[in-house]
Design a protein around this ligand. Structure first.
Ligand SMILES: [Zn+2]
Length: 192
C-alpha cells in the first residue's frame, strides 16, 4: 500500500475530553480497491486515537452484503467508514456510527476479533448480563473458529465503505432505509 500524499490537515474536538486534536488525511492507492483516504490523529491531552478510512470516491448510499461460509472467506478486506453501520444478524451484532465511532481497514477476521475483545470488556463489568454475555461470546468464538456461517452487512449512507471480494453484493439503499437512518441521526442529536 503506497502513500500517494497527505491531502488535508484539520482539527476536530476530541470525543473523550473535548480538546482540539489535529487530524491528517492521507491518500493511498490500494491494489484491487483504488484510492482510499485514511484519517488519523491523537489527542494531545488524553491520548485518544481517532481514525477513519473511506474510499476516495462515493458510489452513493448503499448496503454491502458478504457471506462468510467457508475457510478463507474471513480474509476479505473490510473498509469501514466511521459513518457506516455494521450488522451481523446471526451473531446479534450491531455497530452504530456516532461521534466516537472509528473507521478502519481490517479483515473480516480482524473485525470479529475486535468485536470479541469489546464484548469481553463489556461483559467484565460488574452489572453485565452474564447469561447473555456467555451466549454471545460463544457464538462469536464459533464464528472466529469458522464453525458457523454468518453475514456481514454494512449500511453506508455515504457509499464509501466496501468489502473487497468478488462475492460482495452491493445494493442501493431504499428510500425507506435512508429515511430511517436520517431519523436515527436526528434522534442522536436530540439526546444531547
Ligand atoms: Zn482527548
Amino acid at each position: 500500500m503506497d502513500v500517494v500524499k497527505k491531502i488535508l490537515e484539520y482539527t476536530i474536538k476530541c470525543p473523550v475530553c473535548g480538546s482540539e486534536m489535529k487530524i491528517e488525511d492521507h491518500l493511498y492507492d490500494m491494489p484491487l480497491v483504488g484510492k482510499v483516504i485514511i484519517s488519523s490523529g491523537r489527542c494531545p491531552r488524553c491520548g485518544y486515537k481517532w481514525s477513519d478510512a473511506r474510499l476516495a470516491e462515493s458510489r452513493g448510499a448503499r448496503k454491502i452484503i458478504y457471506r462468510v461460509e467457508k475457510p478463507g472467506d474471513e480474509n476479505a478486506l473490510v473498509i469501514r467508514a466511521s459513518t457506516a453501520s455494521i450488522i451481523i444478524p446471526e451473531l446479534g451484532v450491531e455497530i452504530k456510527p456516532g461521534p466516537a465511532a472509528l473507521g478502519y481497514i481490517t479483515t473480516i477476521e480482524g473485525l470479529i476479533m475486535d468485536i470479541i475483545e469489546k464484548t469481553e470488556f463489556i461483559c467484565s463489568e460488574p452489572d453485565a448480563p452474564l447469561d447473555e454475555c456467555k451466549k454471545k461470546l460463544e457464538q462469536l468464538r464459533k464464528a472466529r473458529d469458522g464453525l458457523i456461517k454468518y453475514t456481514i452487512i454494512i449500511i453506508d449512507p455515504e457509499g464509501v465503505s466496501t468489502i473487497v471480494s468478488d462475492k460482495t453484493r452491493e445494493e442501493p439503499l431504499s428510500e425507506e432505509e435512508i429515511n430511517a437512518l436520517e431519523k436515527e441521526l436526528l434522534g442522536m442529536d436530540s439526546q444531547k
